[in-house]
Write a protein that binds this ligand. Structure first.
Ligand code: LLP
Length: 408
């Protein structure tokens, strides 16, 4: 298996495992594909949803490509500023956030996408006249599972539809600099229809606001574009989706700019997780391949029952001998990376590659079982570079304090 012109097994040997390996060219290609699909029809800003992956080198690459940022916390905002993004290119969409966080974000000059009436009233006191848009609850949801659908009626996110007009009117009375309207239906949906349905709801509200004299600069359709994880799955036709959505917006509104916030689409297939086989077990009814990455490293299978394709990197093209569960070092039976996968005679020392690990992989990893966060490597044109060191045990306990009376 070769990634970015480098043998995966060599990367594992040189840098150690587990390790996330990102192909720079794929990242750039993904960004360009989505940007070009929409921008050929109307003025488009792609705000990368950095919650999917906040590695500074990856953020740098996307900054070079011209991306903006969708950030959900002051931590993400500061990380992106450190990576070189101007605050003007960042949009902050928090949910249930504190006054102090709102103040810190506003003080940096970052636009705030308001999630609730409560947030609006609080922000009016903290940062009067600030640049804002509003996240509405479109009543349309979509996603790869119930845990990631966000746009449905009654969701915890956004301004409920019946309150949208009064909220914008109130925002005007409060003196906010109102710029746009936003919705996000959910993450990982594979069908274009919900995106069109949501756009219709946004358009309806844009026009009702326009009738009241409230003109908007942009419509933000959020993120959520699904990608194939299984070998036979087809890609969503982003070109057609772009054509339909931009067509609706240009035909039925005066809004000039479209914003989108893809996370998964940009980073998902740019990255594989390499993990070394420590242990092989035949448990009778099941056979296990025990690796050094578990749900501390990649939580998606354990958390969402997500499918990630897996292969043995040093046995590419070899015939599969049996089916195995690929599991990790975490002391829970829910700790798995893949189930019932045909593999070619796995042995201790082999390198398992878990595909499509760039989105919500490292960014959701943890120290559970006191396992350090793992390394990240960037590959490009035959060169592999370390972009994150593995954490040390000292770093894992650096914020803990043992009271003097308990000291040894
Ligand atoms: N915009 C907003 C307001 C969001 O909440 C999200 C994702 C995105 C954009 C980007 O969505 P994407 O294009 O990546 O689908 N941890 C889950 C996914 C959670 C997504 C949360 N919000 C997973 O591993 O599948």
């Amino acid at each position: 298996m070769v990634i970015g012109g480098v043998h995966a097994a060599d990367i594992a040997d040189e840098f150690g495992t587990p390790v996330y390996v990102t192909d720079e060219q794929r990242l750039r290609d993904n960004y360009r594909r989505i940007y070009e699909a929409f921008s050929k029809y109307m003025d488009t800003r792609v705000h990368y949803a950095c919650k999917a992956n906040t590695n500074l080198a990856i953020l740098r690459i996307l900054e070079q490509e011209g991306a903006g940022i969708d950030a959900v916390s002051i931590g993400e905002v500061l990380t992106c500023i450190k990576a070189g993004y101007s605050p003007k290119r960042i949009m902050y969409t928090g949910v249930n956030v504190s006054d102090s966080e709102l103040k810190a974000v506003a003080d940096l000059g970052v636009m705030i996408n308001i999630d609730s009436e409560s947030e609006m009233e609080r922000l009016a006191r903290i940062a009067p006249g600030h640049q804002v848009s509003f996240r509405i609850t479109p009543g349309v949801g979509s996603g790869h599972g119930a845990k990631v659908i966000t746009g449905n009626k009654g969701a915890k996110f956004g301004i409920p539809l019946d309150k949208v007009i009064p909220v914008y009117s109130r925002a005007e009375d409060l003196g906010f600099d109102i710029r746009g309207i936003h919705a996000h239906i959910g993450s990982g949906g594979q069908s274009p229809e919900p995106f069109a349905d949501m756009t219709e709801v946004l358009i309806d509200n844009v026009n009702r606001l326009s009738d009241l004299g409230i003109k908007l600069d942009f419509i933000d359709i959020g993120g959520g574009i699904g990608v194939p994880y299984r070998p036979q799955e087809e890609e969503m036709d982003v070109g057609e989706m772009a054509m339909n959505i931009t067509d609706m917006i240009t035909e039925y509104t005066d809004v000039k700019t479209l914003v989108l916030e893809p996370g998964r689409y940009i980073v998902c297939d740019s990255t594989v997780l390499l993990t070394r086989v420590n242990d092989i077990k035949d448990a009778g009814v099941k056979k296990y391949v025990g690796c050094d990455a578990g749900f501390n490293t990649l939580i998606r299978p354990a958390m969402y029952d997500s499918y990630h394709y897996a292969a043995i990197a040093n046995k590419f093209g070899k015939a599969c001998t049996d089916k195995f569960d690929i599991v990790g070092p975490i002391c829970e039976s829910g700790d798995y990376l893949a189930r019932d996968r045909p593999l070619p005679d796995p042995k201790e020392g082999d390198i398992v590659a878990i595909y499509n690990a760039g989105a919500y992989g490292f960014s959701m990893s943890s120290n559970y079982n006191s396992r350090p966060l793992c390394r990240e490597v960037l590959v490009n044109e035959g060169r592999a570079e370390l972009i994150r060191e593995a954490e040390t045990p000292e770093e894992m306990w650096r914020h803990q304090i043992v009271p003097e009376r308990l000291s040894r």
